[in-house]
Design a protein around this ligand. Structure first.
Ligand SMILES: O=c1ccn([C@@H]2O[C@H](COP(=O)(O)O)[C@@H](O)[C@H]2O)c(=O)[nH]1
Length: 269
Protein backbone atom coordinates (compact mmCIF):
# COMPACT_ATOMS: atom_id res chain seq x y z
CA UNK A 1 0.00 0.00 0.00
CA UNK A 2 1.20 3.50 -0.89
CA UNK A 3 1.61 5.93 2.01
CA UNK A 4 -0.74 8.36 0.27
CA UNK A 5 -3.49 5.70 0.48
CA UNK A 6 -2.79 5.19 4.17
CA UNK A 7 -2.92 8.93 4.87
CA UNK A 8 -6.14 9.29 2.85
CA UNK A 9 -7.71 6.49 4.90
CA UNK A 10 -6.59 8.10 8.17
CA UNK A 11 -8.16 11.42 7.16
CA UNK A 12 -11.39 9.77 5.99
CA UNK A 13 -11.86 7.61 9.09
CA UNK A 14 -10.42 10.23 11.46
CA UNK A 15 -8.44 7.43 12.98
CA UNK A 16 -4.84 6.31 13.18
CA UNK A 17 -5.73 3.23 15.18
CA UNK A 18 -3.89 -0.04 14.66
CA UNK A 19 -5.56 -3.05 16.27
CA UNK A 20 -3.16 -5.73 17.42
CA UNK A 21 -4.41 -9.24 16.74
CA UNK A 22 -2.56 -10.95 19.60
CA UNK A 23 -4.80 -13.94 20.02
CA UNK A 24 -4.37 -15.88 23.22
CA UNK A 25 -6.50 -19.06 23.36
CA UNK A 26 -6.80 -18.71 27.16
CA UNK A 27 -8.56 -15.38 26.75
CA UNK A 28 -11.04 -16.39 24.04
CA UNK A 29 -14.78 -16.65 24.63
CA UNK A 30 -15.48 -20.30 25.45
CA UNK A 31 -18.10 -20.75 22.71
CA UNK A 32 -15.39 -20.12 20.09
CA UNK A 33 -13.23 -22.93 21.43
CA UNK A 34 -15.80 -25.39 20.04
CA UNK A 35 -15.22 -24.19 16.46
CA UNK A 36 -12.69 -25.70 14.03
CA UNK A 37 -10.44 -22.63 14.03
CA UNK A 38 -11.12 -20.48 17.13
CA UNK A 39 -8.26 -18.08 16.36
CA UNK A 40 -9.53 -17.29 12.88
CA UNK A 41 -13.18 -17.07 14.02
CA UNK A 42 -12.12 -14.62 16.74
CA UNK A 43 -10.07 -12.50 14.33
CA UNK A 44 -12.83 -12.48 11.71
CA UNK A 45 -15.41 -11.26 14.22
CA UNK A 46 -13.05 -8.58 15.59
CA UNK A 47 -12.10 -7.38 12.10
CA UNK A 48 -15.73 -7.26 10.89
CA UNK A 49 -16.74 -5.28 13.98
CA UNK A 50 -13.85 -2.77 13.94
CA UNK A 51 -12.66 -2.29 10.33
CA UNK A 52 -14.37 1.11 10.03
CA UNK A 53 -12.66 2.39 13.21
CA UNK A 54 -9.09 1.28 12.48
CA UNK A 55 -6.66 1.86 9.62
CA UNK A 56 -4.22 -0.94 10.38
CA UNK A 57 -4.16 -4.47 11.77
CA UNK A 58 -1.12 -5.99 13.43
CA UNK A 59 -1.04 -9.71 14.16
CA UNK A 60 1.89 -10.41 16.45
CA UNK A 61 3.40 -13.50 14.84
CA UNK A 62 4.50 -15.02 18.18
CA UNK A 63 0.89 -15.72 19.14
CA UNK A 64 0.44 -17.79 15.97
CA UNK A 65 3.83 -19.51 16.00
CA UNK A 66 3.13 -20.66 19.56
CA UNK A 67 0.28 -22.79 18.17
CA UNK A 68 2.44 -24.63 15.63
CA UNK A 69 1.11 -25.46 12.17
CA UNK A 70 -2.48 -24.68 13.21
CA UNK A 71 -1.41 -21.20 14.29
CA UNK A 72 0.34 -20.55 10.99
CA UNK A 73 -2.83 -21.67 9.16
CA UNK A 74 -4.95 -19.31 11.27
CA UNK A 75 -2.54 -16.48 10.46
CA UNK A 76 -2.71 -17.22 6.73
CA UNK A 77 -6.52 -17.34 6.81
CA UNK A 78 -6.58 -14.06 8.74
CA UNK A 79 -4.31 -12.12 6.34
CA UNK A 80 -6.15 -13.57 3.33
CA UNK A 81 -9.48 -12.53 4.88
CA UNK A 82 -8.22 -8.97 5.44
CA UNK A 83 -6.75 -8.66 1.95
CA UNK A 84 -9.91 -9.98 0.34
CA UNK A 85 -12.55 -8.12 2.35
CA UNK A 86 -10.79 -5.00 3.66
CA UNK A 87 -7.88 -4.27 1.26
CA UNK A 88 -7.79 -0.64 2.48
CA UNK A 89 -6.46 -1.77 5.88
CA UNK A 90 -2.69 -1.52 6.29
CA UNK A 91 -1.33 -4.85 7.53
CA UNK A 92 1.67 -5.27 9.81
CA UNK A 93 3.38 -8.58 10.55
CA UNK A 94 4.83 -7.90 13.99
CA UNK A 95 7.62 -10.46 13.65
CA UNK A 96 10.73 -8.50 14.71
CA UNK A 97 12.96 -10.33 12.23
CA UNK A 98 16.44 -9.55 10.85
CA UNK A 99 19.49 -11.73 10.12
CA UNK A 100 22.42 -11.94 7.69
CA UNK A 101 21.40 -10.82 4.21
CA UNK A 102 20.36 -14.06 2.51
CA UNK A 103 18.34 -15.10 5.58
CA UNK A 104 16.64 -11.71 5.80
CA UNK A 105 15.63 -12.13 2.17
CA UNK A 106 13.83 -15.35 3.13
CA UNK A 107 12.06 -13.60 6.01
CA UNK A 108 11.01 -10.83 3.63
CA UNK A 109 9.70 -13.37 1.11
CA UNK A 110 7.72 -15.13 3.85
CA UNK A 111 5.92 -12.00 5.00
CA UNK A 112 5.68 -10.02 1.74
CA UNK A 113 5.32 -12.71 -0.92
CA UNK A 114 3.79 -15.75 0.77
CA UNK A 115 1.63 -14.03 3.39
CA UNK A 116 1.24 -10.73 1.50
CA UNK A 117 1.56 -8.28 4.41
CA UNK A 118 2.08 -4.58 3.68
CA UNK A 119 4.82 -4.34 6.28
CA UNK A 120 6.94 -6.23 8.78
CA UNK A 121 8.72 -5.19 11.97
CA UNK A 122 12.50 -5.67 11.88
CA UNK A 123 15.18 -5.53 14.59
CA UNK A 124 18.05 -3.19 13.55
CA UNK A 125 20.77 -4.78 15.68
CA UNK A 126 22.52 -6.62 12.82
CA UNK A 127 22.73 -3.48 10.70
CA UNK A 128 22.42 -2.46 7.07
CA UNK A 129 22.74 -5.84 5.32
CA UNK A 130 20.10 -7.33 7.62
CA UNK A 131 17.56 -4.56 6.88
CA UNK A 132 18.07 -3.79 3.18
CA UNK A 133 16.70 -7.17 1.96
CA UNK A 134 13.33 -6.09 3.41
CA UNK A 135 13.65 -2.63 1.82
CA UNK A 136 14.32 -4.29 -1.55
CA UNK A 137 10.56 -4.91 -1.65
CA UNK A 138 9.82 -1.38 -2.80
CA UNK A 139 6.04 -1.67 -2.60
CA UNK A 140 6.20 -2.76 1.07
CA UNK A 141 7.24 -1.10 4.32
CA UNK A 142 9.89 -2.07 6.84
CA UNK A 143 9.23 -0.98 10.41
CA UNK A 144 12.46 -0.75 12.37
CA UNK A 145 12.54 -1.06 16.16
CA UNK A 146 14.00 2.18 17.50
CA UNK A 147 12.78 2.88 21.03
CA UNK A 148 10.53 0.11 22.28
CA UNK A 149 7.79 0.30 24.88
CA UNK A 150 9.14 -2.29 27.33
CA UNK A 151 11.16 -1.48 30.49
CA UNK A 152 14.20 -3.33 29.05
CA UNK A 153 14.46 -0.63 26.36
CA UNK A 154 16.63 1.27 28.87
CA UNK A 155 19.23 -1.56 28.92
CA UNK A 156 20.63 -0.57 25.50
CA UNK A 157 18.40 1.74 23.47
CA UNK A 158 18.84 4.89 25.56
CA UNK A 159 22.52 4.23 26.33
CA UNK A 160 25.05 6.34 24.43
CA UNK A 161 26.93 4.93 21.48
CA UNK A 162 29.07 7.29 19.33
CA UNK A 163 28.01 10.14 21.67
CA UNK A 164 24.29 9.61 21.06
CA UNK A 165 21.60 7.34 22.48
CA UNK A 166 21.50 4.09 20.53
CA UNK A 167 17.89 4.65 19.40
CA UNK A 168 19.02 7.93 17.75
CA UNK A 169 21.83 6.06 15.96
CA UNK A 170 19.21 3.64 14.61
CA UNK A 171 17.14 6.52 13.22
CA UNK A 172 20.07 8.45 11.74
CA UNK A 173 22.00 5.51 10.28
CA UNK A 174 18.96 3.84 8.74
CA UNK A 175 18.08 7.04 6.87
CA UNK A 176 21.09 6.22 4.63
CA UNK A 177 19.95 2.71 3.76
CA UNK A 178 18.96 1.96 0.16
CA UNK A 179 15.18 2.54 -0.28
CA UNK A 180 14.99 4.14 3.17
CA UNK A 181 11.87 6.01 2.04
CA UNK A 182 10.03 2.76 2.85
CA UNK A 183 11.12 2.77 6.49
CA UNK A 184 8.86 3.36 9.46
CA UNK A 185 9.92 3.14 13.10
CA UNK A 186 8.58 1.52 16.27
CA UNK A 187 8.48 3.97 19.16
CA UNK A 188 6.79 2.89 22.39
CA UNK A 189 3.92 5.02 23.69
CA UNK A 190 5.51 4.65 27.12
CA UNK A 191 8.48 6.68 25.79
CA UNK A 192 6.45 9.70 24.60
CA UNK A 193 8.85 12.15 26.25
CA UNK A 194 11.45 11.18 23.61
CA UNK A 195 9.20 12.03 20.66
CA UNK A 196 10.34 15.64 20.32
CA UNK A 197 13.94 14.48 19.75
CA UNK A 198 12.76 11.64 17.51
CA UNK A 199 10.74 13.97 15.30
CA UNK A 200 13.79 16.23 14.93
CA UNK A 201 15.60 13.27 13.29
CA UNK A 202 12.73 11.69 11.32
CA UNK A 203 10.17 14.48 10.85
CA UNK A 204 8.36 12.79 7.96
CA UNK A 205 8.46 9.10 8.83
CA UNK A 206 5.49 7.10 10.00
CA UNK A 207 5.85 5.83 13.56
CA UNK A 208 4.20 2.64 14.80
CA UNK A 209 3.43 3.33 18.44
CA UNK A 210 2.45 0.36 20.64
CA UNK A 211 1.92 0.67 24.38
CA UNK A 212 -1.32 2.58 24.93
CA UNK A 213 -3.94 0.72 26.95
CA UNK A 214 -2.52 -2.31 28.73
CA UNK A 215 1.02 -0.85 28.99
CA UNK A 216 -0.17 2.53 30.25
CA UNK A 217 1.08 4.87 27.49
CA UNK A 218 -0.85 8.10 26.94
CA UNK A 219 -2.38 8.90 23.54
CA UNK A 220 -2.38 12.60 24.40
CA UNK A 221 1.35 12.59 25.18
CA UNK A 222 2.11 10.63 21.99
CA UNK A 223 0.17 13.11 19.86
CA UNK A 224 1.87 16.16 21.40
CA UNK A 225 5.11 15.67 19.42
CA UNK A 226 4.38 12.53 17.40
CA UNK A 227 1.91 13.98 14.88
CA UNK A 228 3.28 15.49 11.67
CA UNK A 229 1.70 17.08 8.58
CA UNK A 230 0.76 13.64 7.23
CA UNK A 231 -0.40 12.46 10.68
CA UNK A 232 2.62 10.14 10.73
CA UNK A 233 1.33 7.89 13.50
CA UNK A 234 -0.16 4.43 13.79
CA UNK A 235 -1.06 3.88 17.43
CA UNK A 236 -1.57 0.23 18.39
CA UNK A 237 -3.72 -1.34 21.06
CA UNK A 238 -4.04 -5.12 21.35
CA UNK A 239 -5.26 -6.47 24.72
CA UNK A 240 -7.10 -3.25 25.55
CA UNK A 241 -9.42 -3.85 22.58
CA UNK A 242 -9.49 -7.62 22.04
CA UNK A 243 -10.43 -8.80 25.48
CA UNK A 244 -13.12 -6.34 26.53
CA UNK A 245 -15.54 -9.25 27.04
CA UNK A 246 -15.29 -13.03 27.24
CA UNK A 247 -18.96 -13.45 26.35
CA UNK A 248 -20.83 -13.77 23.05
CA UNK A 249 -20.75 -9.95 22.81
CA UNK A 250 -16.91 -9.92 22.60
CA UNK A 251 -16.71 -8.29 19.16
CA UNK A 252 -19.28 -5.63 20.04
CA UNK A 253 -17.41 -4.76 23.24
CA UNK A 254 -14.10 -4.68 21.35
CA UNK A 255 -15.68 -2.25 18.89
CA UNK A 256 -16.73 -0.03 21.81
CA UNK A 257 -13.11 0.08 23.03
CA UNK A 258 -11.89 0.81 19.49
CA UNK A 259 -14.50 3.56 19.14
CA UNK A 260 -13.29 5.18 22.40
CA UNK A 261 -9.76 5.37 20.99
CA UNK A 262 -10.93 6.50 17.53
CA UNK A 263 -12.92 9.38 19.06
CA UNK A 264 -9.89 10.48 21.06
CA UNK A 265 -7.77 10.29 17.90
CA UNK A 266 -10.30 12.36 15.93
CA UNK A 267 -9.91 15.15 18.49
CA UNK A 268 -6.18 15.38 17.65
CA UNK A 269 -6.63 15.51 13.85
O1 LIG B 1 8.03 -1.71 21.51
C1 LIG B 1 7.14 -2.53 21.28
C2 LIG B 1 7.10 -3.27 20.11
C3 LIG B 1 6.07 -4.11 19.92
N1 LIG B 1 5.08 -4.27 20.81
C4 LIG B 1 3.97 -5.19 20.51
O2 LIG B 1 2.76 -4.42 20.39
C5 LIG B 1 1.68 -5.13 21.03
C6 LIG B 1 1.19 -4.37 22.22
O3 LIG B 1 0.15 -5.06 22.85
P1 LIG B 1 -0.76 -4.46 24.05
O4 LIG B 1 -1.62 -5.61 24.44
O5 LIG B 1 -1.54 -3.32 23.50
O6 LIG B 1 0.17 -4.05 25.14
C7 LIG B 1 2.24 -6.52 21.33
O7 LIG B 1 2.05 -7.33 20.20
C8 LIG B 1 3.71 -6.26 21.53
O8 LIG B 1 4.50 -7.40 21.30
C9 LIG B 1 5.12 -3.55 21.97
O9 LIG B 1 4.24 -3.65 22.84
N2 LIG B 1 6.16 -2.70 22.18
Amino acid sequence: MELTQLVEQIRRKKSFLCIGLDVDLKKLPTHLLETKDPVFEFNKAIIDATHHLAVALKPNIAFYEALGIKGWESLKKTIDYINEHYPELFTIADAKRGDIGNTSTMYAKAFFEDLNFDSVTVAPYMGRDSVEPFLAFKDRHTILLSLTSNPGAFDFQTKEYAAKPLYQNVLETSKNYVNSENLMYVIGATKAEYLKDIRAIVPESFLLVPGVGAQGGSLKEVCKYGLNDNVGLLVNSSRGILYASKGKDFAEKAAEKAKDLQLQMASFL
